[in-house]
Unconditional design. Structure first.
Length: 84
C-alpha cells in the first residue's frame, strides 16, 4: 500500500480519468479524495482507490491551505498547471 497523505500531487493510472493530475484533499484507509479544481472542485472531490494513483509531487502551499481551511479551486488549478 502506498503512503498517501494530504497535499500530494498524484497522477491516476487507471479508470476513465487515466493520466490526469489531481491533489489529495483527504483520505481514509482505502481511498483518496482528489480534486483538480475544474471538473472535480474542492467541495466535490473524486473518490479514488489508492492503488490507482501514483505520487508525482508535493505542495506545501496546498497542505498549509488544507490545514487552515483556506483552500480554493483557483489555488489548486494554479499549482497543478506545472504538472500537466
Amino acid at each position: 500500500m502506498q503512503n498517501v497523505e494530504k497535499g500530494l500531487i498524484v497522477r491516476t493510472i487507471s479508470g476513465h480519468d487515466k493520466n490526469e493530475v489531481f491533489i489529495v484533499i483527504d483520505m481514509d484507509s482505502k481511498y483518496a479524495y482528489l480534486s483538480n479544481g475544474k471538473n472535480r472542485p474542492f467541495d466535490n472531490p473524486k473518490k479514488k482507490n489508492i492503488k490507482h494513483i501514483i505520487q508525482v509531487g508535493l505542495s506545501k502551499e496546498i497542505l498549509d491551505s488544507i490545514n487552515n481551511n483556506k483552500l480554493d479551486n483557483s489555488q489548486i488549478i494554479r499549482v497543478l498547471k506545472d504538472f500537466r
